[in-house]
Write a protein that binds this ligand. Sequence first.
Ligand code: NDP
Ligand code: 8X3
Length: 257
Amino acid sequence: MSDLANTYALITGATSGIGKATAYKFAANKVNLILCARRQERMEDIATDITSRFGVEVLIHVTDVRNKQEVEAFHAYVQSQNIVPSVLVNNAGLASGKDKLQAGSVDDWEQMIDTNIKGLLYVTRTFLPDMIAKNNGHVINIGSTAGHLVYPEGNVYNATKYAVKALNEGINLDLVGTNLRCCSIDPGACETEFSVVRFHGDESKAKKVYEGFEPLHPEDIADAIWYVCNAPKHVNITNMVVYPTAQRNVFVMDRKV
Ligand code: NDP
Ligand code: 8X3
């Protein structure tokens, strides 16, 4: 049994895609969960299903990670239960729009910057001191291959994921002298609601992103997170890049169409 069994993993953005798959992966391995996202009903349904299938405890809190007060209220709720997470998965994030910078929407930019960078910072700043006080834990930041190479019309989304890469490195450095570990897991194309969100609900445009090849499934990234968190305590995997086999970088894709 994993050392993580019976501890708590906190996952942001747990109502869909990678965050949801990670919740199921951890629960299947007897890890209790602390989940947050904005969509309450979805989160309640997921919590009910996980509890009945795996018998673990699932705490949920409706939280928009862009909102500092909501993150603080989330933290106060977790503290009131006397719980300190052993794993913090900073997953909540999105791309919004795909346009040349000169034609981009400032609202899209703000949503990406506020969620992918500031949200990650608010959550980490709030929960990390408790983990440091216990001198135990793992921070997983979901970056992206978009944080390794900029692609046309990716501009601000790319910038937010380059920021996640820098913050992951910074957190790692600032944890020196503790037992805590920190890893950025950087997926390539993974079929979730990501592209539907990016294209503002345009499902057919979103489908085209994954046409002609087998993309990553969110469960593949959940497996990667689980692997990293279960490495021996003296092993700190600081970055893992995961592509579908058909994709070699953001430009090189073996698409059979
Ligand atoms: P999904 O759209 O399927 O899931 C995103 C999750 O983030 C949802 O649960 C959503 O919940 C939550 N979320 C979004 N905004 C907020 C917010 N302000 N506060 C709280 N929760 C929020 O996409 P993915 O699973 O693909 O995305 C997860 C992460 O993976 C993101 O950081 C993304 O950038 C990254 N990624 C994705 C890749 C892909 O190809 N899919 C590749 C590389 C990285 P709700 O709407 O209920 O709040
Ligand atoms: C998501 C992967 O290539 O759409 O981060 O930017 S990509």
